[in-house]
Design a protein around this ligand. Sequence first.
Ligand SMILES: [Zn+2]
Length: 118
Amino acid sequence: MSAAPVRPFYVWWADADEARARDPELPDWLRVEFAMRSRVGGEHGHAPFAPGELAEILYRVDPDTGEITPATAEAVRKAIARARMRGAVHHDSTARCLIAPPSAFRSGPRVPACVHDV
Ligand SMILES: [Zn+2]
């Protein structure tokens, strides 16, 4: 019996993932996953965000006026909760730091410290 084949991995451009995260036509939980992917790094797979930054990335467009506003804190919380339920991000993820699920991440270069380091 042979061993299972090694699954390949790929390098994605962070800018492409962030563009997906900013696409209001995608479901919020998927936008959260793309936001994490656009920023993730380090040995621990954390993706830090400044206060309010994830809300800005998950912006809303008013269908009548075209006005763009950040997602509410509640919308951000729900989007992260759904991303957690789908296994798109680790269950310890927050709006200040999204964490890659260990099954989908291999360590890379270090990134700036995140809120989980304190
Ligand atoms: Zn963190």
